[in-house]
Design a protein around this ligand. Structure first.
Ligand SMILES: Nc1nc2c(ncn2[C@@H]2O[C@H](COP(=O)(O)OP(=O)(O)OP(=O)(O)O)[C@@H](O)[C@H]2O)c(=O)[nH]1
Ligand SMILES: [Mg+2]
Length: 1110
């Protein structure tokens, strides 16, 4: 540790009021790591000459090579102000959109954030995202307006222009905060009003509510960034300077004799100095005067840059150095590059680290100031109410709030991610330089030993020779031992948990509990579950303070600190809560902004190394919060990453670190969805199709429809009556209105809660512990559905109350509707109804769940290319079961179990759901030719299983067929693409976009600059290599940010063949022009090993060689 002494560090760690846990957040390349360098240099960890060039926090080789941060990493810094010592735990986060999960893991551990904005680029998409993340986690931000030097040297603005430009940027940032705040206030108020309206004392008179007053009544002035509030710094991290207006206010108060307070309030804003009256007055803009900020601050800065850098005026430079009382080393003074001199002078005059750290300790909260709202949010998993937690759990809130670290305080630690370090960088494995005291002590010992030996040698002269030999031997032994252990540690990667202590003191050797995400303290109290699978015990192995590239071992770490914990590899996959008491609830999961979407399959080049690959994938999955690794139904090992850059990093890690083998990587596996549409009104040559209602039975799927048991009615209903079976099914498929699909997609988490609520109510295990907020959200969702169905027209009337299930996985974007007159089953909204029990007419029928399971299976893999369905509604209009085959109510139990089994909530893998259900069907359908109903209860249970299996597969087939008789379409995943580009490269960029089927949505010119902000959509399938191509074509001037936005229907029927005369004329008989949908579909089918109808050789002719003809 270059500057820290262990004792000092641990002393500071015990004073939470002097600790600040902060992270640096920004859009990519806005200068976070450069800023971190300046702060680190102030602690002497790196030389100040290298600050800004070294990018110390980018410790990975690929981070240095690409110049972007990929992992968030932490460092502990020391800062002293007004004799008060502070410990600042700083986390540098990545800005690239692919790594936004890393930002979430950093934000969770902090109390404050430094948001950096590049003054030339302004507010960018990731700036929005990080401000939102900070908001969601309730942490306070301060602002650094970085790269001010670019305004002077690159844009060549005058000080006054720069002032207006800075004002605009501040407004942009405040607009984002304002929006977040307004939506928060409205949401909170609406909750409070519903809460009071549900209470009995609420008055009932109807009055129109005025939202506007709500917002204006609340004082939000502290919320915004404003230099006069002391929460904005103007900086150039590259040149090492930065200031808040307080710095200049202090300087000018002496010079001008104006009070400090007045200057602090007027140095930023529309104020000017009336030199005659020697007073500060308002209205600089109207009177054409220079604002104080321009006159006293910007103009001075501009002059310094002009004198030293642009004009290289040595005389002026000497004068500046002398007047400011600075020191410039001879080496820098003589340096040929004027930037070096400039940096040396200006960074001494306005040290960036002092400005930022001072703002951090004065403006950002210490761990003691954590808000109650934040604590409750962290403790209430899954939308529960805080007061529904057991009393012991609620008591923990005080320990949280006080950051109690006494011996009686319970230990509560949150682990936000696991990361891998080479064991060499752990301090216990490192040879560190000795301190002067240690050197002296060793010297003294050596002297004593020598004196002893001398005394011995005089008495036993013969023995000395032997002694010496022994000495030599033992020293050889020691060195060989050291070499051996070095060899061992060299190769080893160890997992360290990135964590924060919220309460108590964590000590080495202590035994603690790791609480999984499903841990629920009330279950322990009520002894509902004896299953302790969500809790595991572990003994704290190693504790570390994170020091950027190094980790320093500590014996104990008290509450309020960020730390690393070793030895948790076997207990924690990605994140977890660690506590000394099982009464601590698991923390809520972190809000992630990135969706893993890019898939590749990997295999070892040498098949014998498969086990290494499997182990490597497991480690990769654990070490990265965003990546997903799984085994597909085809047996392939698949990696799912957030984007191309992320994928590349994962593959590099896998090859070089985790598996250490050569691997083959498949081309990207692109996800698709399958849907149906209303029959198109025009054909491929825009001719009107006469009979729009005709049922389209596709040529490619006719084989599937050969089943005699299937009858297709005119309106597209498929009636299924298997011979000798005891049931009939009639199912119709309809495309869902887009608004409904969107609702389903956006609210999957809520729908999951709703399903659970309804199931628990149906089974009598009613769980009423949902927060009012969640209940309110569910009711709101219901009314949105209602509105959506009403808007969609007559066809959908009444569907709302007849929804049977959502799917796949009971929360996906498809709906199963019950339109049977003779079966009035409770709908999915049943959980929200006030009635506690169902009346007899609304009881569940036997095999109800088999129907749901069949629907789930059908929607999980569609017939086009076995990809999940989306936006499809299946309506069951008939389902008769021979009642002699089903009997008493006690048989409902198995069906409920089946439903419970189906809830593989956290299982994102399609395979397991598919496998579990299809295995069931297989085993059940082997003996289903003749249905014999046993008389014993055991026998009836077995038969129940058989029958239910039959119904599942019948329902699945019926749904698939009903789907196939409608016009089928593929849906492709789309990226939203944000690019900033200057006018001269715009044309080239558009060419790349249109070549890849991209569409421009928006094109705005930035005020006061020649930069355009472009928003476009681009199919994920066409996005590989896109960023690279854009960068090449625009000579590195434009670099796009891609993030997943939505699913879009691919134009054209994948089975289309020309049928009308015009179509034949236009496309020819073979119609071999590109059918994008078919290309996509066939590529997926090929990859999955499904049958592909493709003619490879159309007209085979015997090949004749020319020579024979001669
Ligand atoms: N002119 C100028 N360039 C700067 C300044 N600060 C940073 N840069 C440059 O901006 C580039 C990106 O800086 P980084 O510090 O790596 O940016 P970052 O925000 O950490 O980027 P990511 O971690 O990838 O999101 C580097 O080339 C820096 O030299 C500044 O104040 N002025
Ligand atoms: Mg960085």
């Amino acid at each position: 540790m270059p500057i820290w002494k262990a004792e000092k560090l641990s002393k500071l760690q015990q004073q939470p009021e002097n600790i600040r846990n902060i992270c640096i957040l920004a859009h990519v390349d806005h200068g976070k790591t450069t800023l971190a360098d300046a702060l680190i240099a102030s602690n002497g960890i790196i030389s100040s000459r290298l600050a800004g060039k070294l990018r110390y926090m980018d410790s990975r080789e690929d981070e240095q090579l690409r110049g972007i941060t990929m992992k968030s990493s932490a460092i502990s810094l020391y800062y002293k102000e007004n004799e008060k010592e502070h410990l600042i735990n700083l986390i540098d986060s990545p800005g690239h959109v692919d790594f936004s999960t890393e930002v979430s893991t950093a934000v969770r551990l902090c109390d404050g954030a430094v948001v950096v904005v590049d003054v030339v680029e302004g507010v960018c998409p990731q700036t929005h995202v990080v401000l939102r993340q900070a908001w969601l986690e309730d942490i306070k931000p301060v602002l650094v307006l970085n790269k001010m030097d670019r305004l002077i040297l690159e844009l060549k603005l005058t000080p006054l222009e720069a002032y207006f430009h800075l004002q605009q940027i501040l407004e942009q940032v405040n607009a984002v905060t304002g929006n977040l705040y307004a939506s928060h206030v409205l949401e909170k108020e609406s909750n409070e009003r519903t809460e009071s309206s549900t209470s009995p004392s609420a008055h009932t008179d109807d009055h129109v509510y005025d939202w506007g007053t709500e917002l204006t009544d609340i004082d939000d002035s502290k919320l915004y960034f404003s230099p006069d509030q002391g929460n904005v710094i103007f900086a150039s991290a590259y040149d090492g300077w930065g200031f808040s207006i307080d710095h200049f206010a202090e300087m000018y108060t002496k010079k001008l004799g104006i009070s400090l307070k007045v200057l602090q309030k007027t140095l930023w804003g529309d104020f000017y100095l009336n030199s005659k009256l020697k007073r500060i007055q308002k209205g600089a803009h109207a009177k054409g005067k220079r604002p104080l900020f321009v006159q006293f601050i910007l103009e001075t800065l501009w002059t310094v840059y002009d004198d030293i850098y642009t004009r290289r005026d040595k005389e002026k430079m000497d004068k500046i150095v002398k007047s400011l009382g600075l020191k410039v080393s001879a080496r820098e003074y003589k340096h040929k590059d004027p930037r070096v001199q400039l940096q040396s002078i200006i960074s001494q005059w306005l040290p960036l680290s002092k400005a930022v750290l001072s703002m951090v300790v004065n403006e950002l909260p210490s761990p003691l100031e954590v808000s109650e709202e934040r604590i409750e949010k962290l403790m209430c998993t899954g939308g529960r109410r805080f007061d529904s937690l057991p009393a012991e759990s609620q008591k923990l809130k005080d320990d949280f709030k006080n950051s109690s670290s006494g011996s009686t305080a319970p230990v509560i630690v949150y682990i936000s991610k696991m990361f891998v370090v080479n064991s060499k960088s752990l301090s216990q494995n490192k040879q560190r330089p000795l301190t002067t005291e240690e050197i002296q002590e060793r010297r003294e010992n050596a002297r004593l030993r020598h004196a002893e030996r001398m005394a011995q040698s005089q008495t036993e002269s013969e023995n000395t020779v032997i002694n010496k030999l022994e000495d030599v031997n033992s020293s050889e032994e020691i060195t060989s031992n050291i070499e051996q252990t070095e060899e061992e540690t060299k190769e080893k990667d160890v997992f360290v948990a990135f964590a924060r202590v919220f309460s108590g003191t964590i000590k080495r050797g202590q035994e603690l509990l790791v609480l999984g995400p499903r841990h629920d303290p009330s279950a322990i109290i009520n002894k509902v579950s004896k299953d302790n699978s969500s809790i595991s015990r572990f003994t704290v192995d190693d504790l570390y303070v994170l020091m950027g590239r190094d980790l320093e071992v500590m014996e104990e770490i008290p509450a309020g600190n960020v730390l690393g914990i070793g030895g948790l590899e076997q207990h924690v996959l990605k994140s977890a809560t660690v506590s000394s008491t099982p009464m601590c609830p698991a923390f809520t999961s972190m809000p992630f902004a990135a969706v893993p979407i890019v898939r590749v399959a990997v295999e070892p080049t040498h098949p014998a190394e498969m086990h290494l690959l499997v182990r490597g994938l497991r480690m990769l999955n654990q070490a990265d919060p965003c990546v997903e690794t799984l085994v597909q139904e085809t047996g392939e090992h698949v990696i799912i990453a957030a984007g191309e850059v992320h994928l590349e990093r994962c593959l590099d890690d896998l090859k070089q670190r985790f598996a250490k083998i050569d691997i083959n990587v498949s081309p990207p596996i692109i996800p698709f969805r399958e849907t149906i549409i209303n029959p198109p009104k025009v054909d491929m040559v825009n001719e009107v199709i006469d009979d729009v209602n005709q049922i389209q039975i596709q040529t490619g799927v006719l084989n599937d429809l050969q089943d005699e048991a299937m009858e297709i009615l005119k309106d597209g209903t498929v009636r299924f009556t298997p011979p000798k079976a005891f049931y009939t099914l009639a199912v119709k498929a309809l495309p869902l209105p887009q608004s409904i699909t969107q609702l389903l997609e956006e609210n999957s988490e809520l729908i999951r809660i709703l399903e659970q609520l309804s199931t628990s109510k149906l089974t009598g295990k009613c769980d009423k512990n949902l927060t009012l907020e969640t209940l309110e959200k569910l009711k709101d969702l219901k009314s949105k559905f209602e509105a959506g169905f009403i808007e969609a027209g007559k066809k959908w009337r009444g569907c709302m109350e007849q929804i049977w299930s959502f799917g796949p996985r009971q929360c996906g974007p498809n709906i199963l509707v019950n339109k049977m007159k003779d079966y009035q089953r409770p709908s999915v909204w049943f959980g929200l109804e006030d009635t506690d029990s169902t009346d007899d007419s609304r009881k569940l029928r036997d095999f109800d769940n088999s129907i749901i399971n069949g629907f789930q299976l059908a929607t999980l893999a569609g017939p086009l290319c076995e990809e999940p369905m989306m936006g499809v509604c299946f309506i069951v209009s008939e389902w008769t079961v021979d009642s002699s085959l089903t009997s008493s109510n006690d048989q409902i139990m198995p069906s409920i179990h089946l439903q419970e089994d189906l809830k593989l909530e956290n299982d994102k893998d399609n395979t397991s759901l598919m496998n579990s259900l299809s295995k069931e069907i297989q085993t059940q359908s082997t003996a289903n030719k003749t249905i014999d109903v046993g008389s014993s209860p055991q026998g009836s249970c077995v038969n129940y299983g058989r029958l239910s299996g039959q119904i599942i597969s019948a329902m699945k087939d019926a749904c698939r067929t009903a789907y196939q008789v409608k016009p089928q379409r593929l849906m492709a995943a789309m990226y939203t693409c944000n690019v900033q580009a200057t006018a001269d490269v715009l044309g080239r960029m558009y060419a790349v976009l249109s070549k890849r089927n991209g569409r421009i949505l928006n094109e705005n010119m930035r005020e006061g600059s020649a930069v355009f902000d472009i928003t476009a959509v681009l199919p994920v399938a066409e996005s590989f290599g896109f960023a690279e191509e854009i960068r090449k074509k625009t000579s590195g001037q434009a670099s796009p940010q891609l993030f997943f936005s939505n699913w879009e229907v691919v134009r054209g029927d994948p089975f289309w063949v020309p049928s009308t005369e015009e179509e034949l004329l236009h496309f020819g008989e073979k119609a071999d022009s590109d059918n994008q949908a078919r290309l996509y579909m066939n590529s997926v089918r090929k990859r999955k090993g499904l049958y592909v109808e493709e003619k490879i050789v159309e007209h085979a002719e015997k090949q004749r060689t020319l020579t024979r003809n001669k």
